[in-house]
Design a protein around this ligand. Structure first.
Ligand SMILES: [Cu+2]
Length: 505
């Protein structure tokens, strides 16, 4: 047995990378440009000893450095002029403890070790009524399976939330780069792996952003032009999970829309092949043998909806061509009520222009229809691996895009309470076997989405941000556009504002 006193800080060949796991792939310091292919360390976390070393076919460590730090890449360009974001009268939100009020929105900010940022009691003020939309919303799980069957990757499928506690990997954010404008920070109050209190200072940032036009019309008959600008409230945290950065954003808009957006960046988890060889399971990144294996980043967001109250129902809305179609031009949106948990295990279908509607059938709008929010299933990927794969059993939530469950406070994480070393015996696929009624019930909506990462050369040596997310939009929740009361210009009393938010030249 080999004793590793400090596995996270060991050096080159024979050492262990910084990833805390039972099964370690190995890299030479300082970075992912130097994978030691086929050298695997099985580490016993209980005894703190190396249980076994798998030393397969030797492949030379690639030599090219893959540097991205300024001292290596040469002088920065100088042709870009500054963009300054100023809010001379401060931000428009009001914060009381963890409670936030901004425009018509109000909510509470929470933080947990496993989920990171949590939004609670999200409500929209409609005239004089505080209307609930979502009781609790968070990233509930994520998994990153690799499609390369080489020994190092065949078992590589990190559950970055459930196994690694992505909340505890949140960065302390700083002004200027991570967030801009007038910023309110919240600390992440959490616990470490031993249960001790842990405060991550400035883990969450909140600020407003200009968001282009919200609505516009030039009436050529009247000769009038009206434009209103959109803005959004951004509530975000950024986690570094070993090689990758995940920046998680909730965006709230003036018209009642909500966006959840993940911005993925950081460094690829790399592999090595013989120089000038090409594997079908990844993209060669140089001619030294370095490649980026194909993989997926699959997220699941848990949303305890309460659209106008706790009793909600979910409809699937497909666009169909009717049988009676003499002009061949007809198509129409058709609602189908999802009555039980089994019926609500669904995949996105762009050929049917599918979306889902979370409705309150006891609360009717202007035209006597249930008020609702709709979930637009963008980035709707599912597991690419075979159903028989180990990861497919453990991450069954990722085999479908939509799940709806009757609320149970014990059902918090879609891959189960304890995904470490799980065999797939807990989670959404088990709970939904009960096939509970979900019509006019207190229900939870779970949406699976992600990034199917076919690696490209441009992802190296550091990956340009990729946006992955989805929208929730009011769908007959209001009786008309709720933003008619927006002023045409928002004048600063200390610094006269400019029409269209800018100077013309
Ligand atoms: Cu990736």
């Amino acid at each position: 047995m080999v004793k590793l006193a400090k596995p996270a800080t060991a050096g080159c060949v024979g050492g262990v990378s910084a990833r805390i796991s039972r099964r370690f792939s190995t890299f030479c310091r300082p970075r992912e440009a130097y994978p030691i292919e086929n050298f695997i360390v099985i580490y016993d976390l209980s005894s703190g000893t190396v249980a076994r070393i798998e030393d397969n076919e030797a492949i030379p460590v690639p030599k090219a450095a893959g540097n991205y730090l300024p001292k290596y890449v040469g002088p920065a360009r100088t042709d870009l002029k500054p963009i300054s974001i100023t809010q001379p009268e401060g931000a428009s939100f009001k914060v009381t403890g963890n409670h936030v009020r901004w425009a018509d929105w109000s909510f509470r900010v929470g933080f947990t070790p496993r989920e990171g940022l949590v939004l609670h009691q999200l409500r929209f003020r409609d005239k004089d009524t505080e209307r609930p939309v979502i009781n609790r919303a968070s990233l509930a799980e994520m998994v990153v399976p690799y499609g390369d069957p080489a020994p190092v990757r065949a078992k590589k499928n990190a559950f970055d939330s459930g196994e690694y506690n992505i909340g505890n990997m949140a960065n302390s954010l700083t002004v200027g780069c991570d967030c801009t404008g007038e910023i309110k920070y919240f600390d992440g109050i959490t616990t470490d792996s031993h249960g001790n209190p842990l405060t991550i200072e400035n883990a969450i940032c909140m600020h407003e952003e200009d968001d282009s036009i919200l609505w516009k019309h030039f009436d050529f008959r009247e000769g009038t032009a009206e434009t209103r600008r959109s803005r959004k409230l951004v509530i975000a945290f950024i986690a570094t999970v070993a090689n990758y950065e995940y920046a998680f954003y909730w965006h709230l808009f003036l018209d009642g829309s909500i966006e959840f957006l993940v911005k993925a960046t950081g460094i690829l988890s790399t592999a090595a092949q013989h120089p000038n060889e090409k594997t079908p399971y990844g993209q060669a990144l140089n001619n030294d043998g370095l490649y980026g294996p194909i993989h997926q980043h699959i997220f699941n967001v848990r949303m305890d909806f309460e659209v106008d109250g706790p009793l909600n129902a979910v409809y699937e809305v497909d666009t169909e061509i009717p049988a009676d179609n003499p002009t061949y031009t007809a198509f129409r949106a058709v609602d189908r009520l999802l009555e039980t948990e089994q019926a609500a295990i669904r995949k996105a279908d762009s050929s049917k222009h599918r979306f889902w509607k979370i409705a309150n059938r006891g609360s009717k709008n202007l035209v006597n229809e249930p008020v609702a929010y709709r979930l637009i299933p963008t980035n709707a990927i599912t597991l690419a691996a075979d159903d028989k794969a180990h990861v497919s059993q453990r991450a069954q939530f990722a085999r479908n895009n939509l799940w709806v469950t009757a609320y149970d406070r014990a059902e918090r994480f879609p891959a189960g309470e304890f995904p470490n070393q799980s065999t797939g015996s807990d989670g959404l696929h088990v709970w939904t076997q009960a096939d509970r009624n979900i019509v006019d019930q207190d229900l939870v909506v779970w949406y699976t989405f992600g990034m199917h990462h076919v690696v490209r050369l441009e992802d190296w040596p550091v990956m340009p941000r990729q946006n992955i997310g989805f929208m929730l939009e009011p769908h007959g929740f209001f009786d008309q556009n709720p933003t008619l009361n927006l002023p045409a210009t928002i004048e600063a009393t200390t610094d006269p504002g400019q029409c269209c938010n800018g100077h013309q030249s």
